[in-house]
Design a protein around this ligand. Sequence first.
Ligand SMILES: [Zn+2]
Length: 410
Amino acid sequence: MNGKQLARKRVINLPEKPIPPKKEKIGISPYIIALLLSIVTSFIIVFYSKGIKERSLYNADLLEYKQIVANHSSDVARYNSETLSYIHSIDPMYDIDRNGTIPVIATVRYQQDQKSQYIGSEFSYNFQINDYNIRKEKEFRLNIFREVVFNTKIVESDPSSDDVGIEKTSVPISFLELNDGYTHRQVVRIREYYGKDAGNVAIYNVTYSIKPKQSLRLSAAQRASFPKYPILPNEPKKDSYSISFWDTIRDYTDVKLFIGIAFIFWISCSYNSLIRKPRIQYQRALDKYNKANEEYTSARNDLIQQLSGKTIRELAKVPDFVFFTDDDLPYTKGDDRKYGAFTLYVTPSGSCFHRERLCRKSAFPIHMFKISSRYIPCSICAKNYKIQKPTWYIEYLDLKNKCRHFEITE
Ligand SMILES: [Zn+2]
């Protein structure tokens, strides 16, 4: 073991020189990290909420729609009875029966269109309203609560096969429309399929008019408060319930709240893990360092105090005739022995140490403090000899090590 190795050897019970703690560096600002996490979280919240909001709006409307559909027949029945009593309240003598039929006069007019092509000239006509044939004018009872069916059939007689045009329309007509006089127009097309005019189309404009035989006189106010037919709303369509990204944020408090919570959550998480915790850890390490440094400095100062004005030799009371090698091994001068009074001898293969160089031929000098415990004293030249380190030497080494430990130069 040389001097340098000795210097590195730890001296037990002496405080080590502490290393000051380092502050952890954060690459990106924790607030930027928090902001990015919050934005990502907000996107998830908004998309998730968007789906929920859309579904709930749709479901609410669908429920309402189903309710209206379920109630529709009773609503219609109520409308019918309200209409009847309303009409009677205006004119108790008005001719309307319990089923809602009133006497009407229907007329029909027809005319070939100018765009019509020639398909022949032998036309026959059939005009019907609710299975009543209308020639020029027809009086019959019409149910104001039922759809009215207009059915036109125009035939051009051909020797081979007749050309037929049929137009059938079903129309709901309210009492008010009827009361004002209702007009229904149809366009009937008759196509020629065979013969020289094949492909030609004859067009007829047909106009049906229905007037009640007895018109009900209504004031504007009475018209306005006439019972309204319960109209079925359109069935809600799922894809029409789309809320935009920004509307989801703007229109819903809970979404804003969740986004706010996300921001607070990530900022506090980020602050805690990237600022607060490292700060606490650094403070702890710093406290520990300060305490250790205090111990180290005070122990070092004690040693300096102890050494003040004196050398290690003096303090350890090393005898004046003793010198030290670079390896801190003591030796004396004055004779030809390698370490003076501290010289012993061993042979390469032996198990004994000798005090006399000449005791064994092959003996070579060795410092007595370097002899390991496997050697026993020679029974001739070193009988009962014990290798003992003197107290001044132990003290000297101890002080030397302490000085090295505390980096004190004499
Ligand atoms: Zn011997």
